[in-house]
Structure formats: C-alpha cells, structure tokens
Design a protein around this ligand. Structure first.
Ligand code: URP
Ligand code: ZN
Ligand code: ZN
Ligand code: ZN
Length: 464
C-alpha cells in the first residue's frame, strides 16, 4: 500500500486543532508534524480543509431481514455509501431469530459483512432470552469481541422482553463487562394505541407517529435506567428522539449513574409534520421507530448534544425503497420501520452543528467518532488521530456545498429523508486504514477491504 501524505490542513480531534501534515504508512498514522516529507507518497493537498478522524457510526442495520422484507443496503453498498460520507467504521447489529443461537446468527452476519469496504464490528441483539443465550454471551464477548448487547422494550410479540428478562440480561452484561443497549419505547402502550387507531380507521403513516408518542419513550428510558441502576451496570440508550428521554438520561447522569445517550441527525432536524405529507411515499419513507417528534423536541435534543447528555450520534441506517414501504399501504403497522442516512451523517452534523454555531469542530469529532470509539472499545486504535492508530482519516472541505438527494446518494434506495437539503461542508477524501476509498467525489471501493473489529469489554467484568 502506498503512503499517503495529507498536507496543509487543519487537524481536528476531540481535544483541539492545529495546522499540521499527517503521514499514513501501512494503514496506520505514522507521523504528524510541520512540513513532513515522504518519498513516493500520494499527496493530498488539504489546504483550507479540516483533517479529522473518520466517522464511526455505532448504529447501522445492513442487509437486515425485517418485517417481511430485507433492508435495501447490504454490507457492500451500505459501507460504500458510508465511505462516501466520511464514515470509516460501522457497528452493525446481529439479529438472531427467536430461539436461534446468537453464535449461529453471528456466522451468518460475518458472511454478509465480508464484502464491507470499511471496518466493522457487531453488537448483538438479545432477541430472546434464556440460559442458553446467557451462556453464549460469554463466548461472544471473549472470543468474538462483541461487548454490547441491545435489548428491546418495544415490539410486543416480537423482540420485546419483559422486565425480568431485562434484569437478567443486564446482570449478565455486568458479569461479562459488556454494555447493555436499549431500544426504549413502551411496547405494551404502543400495541394498545396501534389497535385503537386502526379500529378508528386510521391506517395511514400518521398512525405510526400517533401510536408511539414521546411519553412511551420517556417511560421506557426511565424504566431501563432504573433497572440498570439497580443492577449496577452502565446503560447505552440508542436513538434518543424525545425530550422526555433526554430528561431521564440527564437526571440519571446527575446522580452519577453511567448512562450514555445516542441520537441521530434526523431527530435533530426533522419533525413529525412529515407524517402528514399527502404523498404516501414521503410519509411512509419517514416511518422509523422511534418516530420523528413534534417540533418542540429537536431543540431539547440539541441542548442535550451541547451539554453532553447525548454523546454519540449514529444513523440507525436501515433503509428501504418506496416499493418496500408500500407493503404498509393498508396499515401503518406493516410499513417496514427504518430510514437511511449512513452517508449524510457527517455533512448534516457539520452543517447544522458547526456552521450553525451549535458545536465546535472538536465537539463534531467527539460526536461522530471519538465518543463512540471510547464507548465501544475501539479507542485508541480508532476515533482519533493517534500515532500508530488506524489511518481512518477524512478531509472535509468547509466551503464545498452539496444538495442531498436520493438521486446522487450511494445508498441503495430511491428515498432520502434529506431530499433537497443543501449542506455546506463536504467530505472530499476518505482514507480507510490508509486506502483511498473516496477521493475527489469518486468511490474507489474495494469490497472486502473492511476488517472485523474485535472490541474489548467496555467495563471490568463484575461478580454477581
Ligand atoms: O425503525 C428502526 N429504528 N429500525 C431499525 C431497528 C431499530 O429498532 O433500531
Ligand atoms: Zn512508508
Ligand atoms: Zn431500535
Ligand atoms: Zn436500529
């Protein structure tokens, strides 16, 4: 692999920024300094640009079988799109079927992920619970470096687990030094509201939002925190969309409970008016869980991002085509849940965050890479610009603008929640372990370049 010398840019990490050159050798960051020279290196002129750690998206769903269909992006197209947007690592969720061995499911996901362009790791979805699952968790943590487990408080009759299983699962995480993650929405309340709305004749996508009000998320977030606090294990709350959830997390953090909140760019920018769009494809295109919230919520989420209550951003990339969303023409409960976004996360956060004066470039790096690396056992190899660390590096041109659209994106779908939005601040170069995967607007993907990230336990294992 040829060396790469990035010259003349402003290097930004979570801790600060400086003008310097950066040299990549053998897939690692080899040197940072003034006026670096290198024989026979590819030179990137980063004058006027920011040089930052590649994004880490801690929440994606590639190729996931879901609601009678399969997510439109596989690990090839999805990671190529990620690279085009400046993300160099994803953490995806392995989802065993009910009763399926998590190790067996992992083997399936490993097969699918082999064509990834960028590095990837896995979380494990705890889609069912008994002693066998608990048993295999040890192998997942110790032999496979899967140190985070997602539990669902929603999807009654499906993934939802009762509190007693959550308690057991959280205890097991504590024992193994693993981090429990929660999808926090009250599944019983949602099932009740879905039935009620359908009985009243509301079958349109709007029913999706009305059946999952923010108090369902606030209640479940508070409950998950109470369980984790009692068990004595840290907790990671995925895709926080509601003010009530932000408040529950902030209150826990204030009393010293280690709770980490993740939000998505979409929840910071889009409100629930999208579900009233007369075009079914637009309304259904925004159906995801939790849903976009009334306009009063995004400012509360921004405040949470600014004060650190919410410290990571993912995308929950789970994209479907319009044709797939039409599976729910007759009932909102049949619309596949999920939206895309793995490609747009950095540009949107730069534009709405840094350009709008809400966050600094350092906070941007923390929110898009460093905090996820530290939370999920990837630091210091990833998430920073450390000598000896992986050369996952992006060059962002703050003057370049781009109009986001399904037509120009690399994600394999004909819909974008960002359709028509102009952003200023575009990733012009993406190096994934030193390889040019995105350069000057060209996707130079190499399927299989991505390597599996074996992650360390996220805390010290505890005894019962
Ligand atoms: O609607 C969503 N979020 N789909 C992906 C699965 C999940 O719950 O994260
Ligand atoms: Zn060299
Ligand atoms: Zn979820
Ligand atoms: Zn998700």
């Amino acid at each position: 692999m040829r060396d790469v010398l990035i010259r003349g840019g402003t290097l930004v990490t979570a801790d600060g920024h400086r003008r310097a050159d950066l040299l990549c050798h053998d897939g690692r960051i080899a040197a940072i300094g003034d006026n670096l020279v290198a024989d026979d290196a590819d030179i990137i002129d980063a004058g006027g640009c920011f040089v930052m750690p590649g994004g880490i998206d801690p929440h994606t769903h590639m190729q996931l079988p879901m609601m009678g269909t399969v997510v439109a992006d596989d690990f090839g197209s999805g990671t190529a799109a990620a690279a085009a947007g400046g993300t160099t690592t994803i953490l995806d969720f392995v989802g065993p079927e009910k009763g399926q061995s998590p190790l067996e499911a992992l083997a399936v996901w490993q097969g699918w992920a082999a064509k990834s362009v960028i590095d990837y790791g896995f979380h494990m979805t705890v889609s069912w619970w008994d002693a066998r699952f608990a048993d295999e968790m040890a192998t997942l943590v110790r032999a496979h470096g899967i140190s985070s487990f997602k539990f669902f408080l929603a999807y009654k009759g499906g993934l939802m687990l009762p509190d007693e299983d959550l308690i057991e699962g959280f205890r097991r995480c504590r024992e193994l030094g693993a981090l429990p993650q929660v999808h926090a929405e009250n599944g019983d309340l949602i099932a009740y509201l879905q039935e009620k709305l359908l009985a009243e004749g509301l079958t349109a996508p709007l029913g999706h939002a009305l059946s999952r009000p923010s108090l369902c998320e606030g209640e479940a977030t508070g409950r998950a925190i109470a369980l984790a606090e009692t068990v004595g294990v840290p907790l990671y709350v995925v895709h926080v969309s509601a003010a009530e959830a932000v408040q529950a997390i902030a209150a826990a953090q204030a009393r010293g409970v280690p709770v980490i909140g993740e939000t998505l760019p979409g929840f910071l920018a889009i409100d629930d008016s999208v579900y009233r769009d007369p075009d079914f494809d637009v309304a259904a295109g925004h159906v995801m869980s939790p849903p976009y919230r009334p306009a009063a919520h995004p400012p509360v989420l921004w405040a949470g991002v600014q004060n650190g209550t919410l410290s990571t951003t993912g995308t929950d990339h789970c994209c479907f085509t319009k044709a797939q969303k039409r599976l729910g023409r007759d009932a909102f409960t049949k619309i596949p849940n999920g939206c895309g976004g793995v490609e747009e996360r950095l540009s949107v956060l730069w534009d709405l965050g840094v350009n709008a004066g809400r966050i600094t470039p350092e906070q941007f790096v923390a929110l898009t890479a460093t905090n996820a690396a530290k939370t999920f056992g990837l630091w210091p190899r990833k998430g920073g610009l450390e000598i000896g660390g992986d050369a996952d590096v992006i060059v962002l041109d703050p003057a370049r603008t781009k109009t986001l659209s399904a037509v120009t994106q690399h994600q394999r779908t004909d819909f974008s929640v960002w359709e028509g939005r102009e952003v200023r601040g575009v990733v012009v170069q993406t190096l994934a372990r030193g390889a040019h995967v995105w350069a000057d607007g060209d996707l130079r993907v190499e399927a299989g370049h991505g390597r599996y990230c074996h992650r360390a336990p996220t805390s010290s294992p505890a005894t019962r």
